[in-house]
Design a protein around this ligand. Structure first.
Ligand SMILES: Nc1nc2c(ncn2[C@@H]2O[C@H](COP(=O)(O)OP(=O)(O)OP(=O)(O)O)[C@@H](O)[C@H]2O)c(=O)[nH]1
Length: 312
């Protein structure tokens, strides 16, 4: 234990030489806080006589004064030491903000009334600025990562579209058609639902290419794809199977209804694209896979072509 004399000498020594700010504030009820003493370190920062000044007189920024007295009031209210971070400066002309970590301790008289607040403020400006710089750096990094992720997602979406769309017509390519049909078949199997698959083939397409050229052939393929898309229902699938062959998958559709729809497709294509279509329909059975279903539809297509006397 220190004797009172030793304690007094120690306090005096600390007060004189402690490198951080130390201050004693007199509490004048109800709402006045007056500087009673500041240690040499704080006096050096302030640079002008401050003993006897209220916080409003000491601090050039009214907002800062409000914030500081707010902390003082908190300390009075809880009657307990408190710790807080504060930001400000002591000079109007000095716009460099300093940051302090402050410990505020209430001091009492013999009746237990708070007469003073004793504070120690550690200058944490460098630490705070370093933390701020780090946070800004992190924010920049996060923004960069976010931007790169968005770019990557867009690239993936483009790649996915490239990998699943037929370049010429924009409808599903064979890979995507197969995947979507397998999916539709799984659903039909699970729900014991109907499903019909339709193969459509442009009659004499080779002749169109040979007489009108490949670009004209391309244009017709695009027109046919568009006409089929517009004539089919939203829930139907359409894909280019290859060359001049298209496949439509019709969920929840009976062969008879598929036949009606096929006729509508044929009529629309004849009217809008100036060419006729060969058609083959197959009804899904639970044992089918994509290949077996297509094969049955293809055989029906061939039979139809032969019956109409069209050379394949
Ligand atoms: N313009 C164009 N032609 C293509 C494309 N893909 C395949 N072809 C051509 O489509 C033609 C398909 O010929 P076939 O399979 O004999 O079909 P078809 O002439 O319609 O005969 P049928 O089906 O019996 O009526 C071939 O000449 C291919 O070169 C394409 O992307 N663009």
């Amino acid at each position: 234990m220190l004797t009172q004399r030793q304690g007094g000498a120690l306090l005096q020594e600390i007060w004189e030489h402690f490198p951080e700010h130390m201050f004693l504030i007199r509490v004048e009820p109800p709402e006045r806080f007056v500087v009673e003493a500041v240690n040499p370190a704080q006096q050096a920062t302030i640079g002008y006589p401050c003993v006897g000044l209220t916080m409003e007189e000491l601090l050039p920024d009214p907002e800062q004064a409000r914030s500081v007295t707010g902390h003082y009031r908190d300390c009075l209210a809880c009657n307990h030491p408190i710790r807080y971070e504060e930001t400000g400066h002591f000079h109007k002309e000095n716009d460099v903000l300093l940051h302090w970590l402050t410990l505020l301790v209430p001091l009492h008289d013999e009746e237990g009334n708070i007469t003073h607040l004793f504070g120690i403020s550690q200058n944490v400006t460098e630490l705070r600025l370093a933390r701020q710089a780090l946070e800004e750096h992190n924010a920049r990094l996060e923004a960069l990562v976010e931007a790169r992720t968005a770019e990557l997602k867009a690239t993936n979406a483009r790649l996915e579209a490239l990998a699943s769309r037929d370049e010429l017509t924009g409808i599903a390519n064979r890979r995507q058609l197969t995947a979507l049909t397998e999916h539709a078949m799984q659903r039909a199997r699970r729900q014991h639902a109907l499903l019909a698959l339709l193969i459509l083939d442009i009659d004499g397409f080779k002749g169109i290419n040979d007489t009108q050229g490949h670009l004209a052939g391309d244009a017709i393929l695009r027109e046919v794809a568009q006409t089929l898309t517009e004539t089919l229902r939203e829930s139907d699938l359409l894909g280019r199977f290859g060359g001049d062959e298209f496949v439509a998958v019709l969920p929840d559709t009976h062969a008879e209804d598929a036949q009606h729809l096929a006729e509508r497709l044929r009529a629309a294509v004849a009217q809008r694209c100036g060419c006729t279509l060969g058609l083959g329909i197959a009804d899904f059975t639970p044992h089918d896979d994509f290949a077996s279903l297509v094969e049955r539809a293809d055989r029906a297509l061939l039979r139809g072509k032969r019956a109409r006397g069209v050379r394949r």
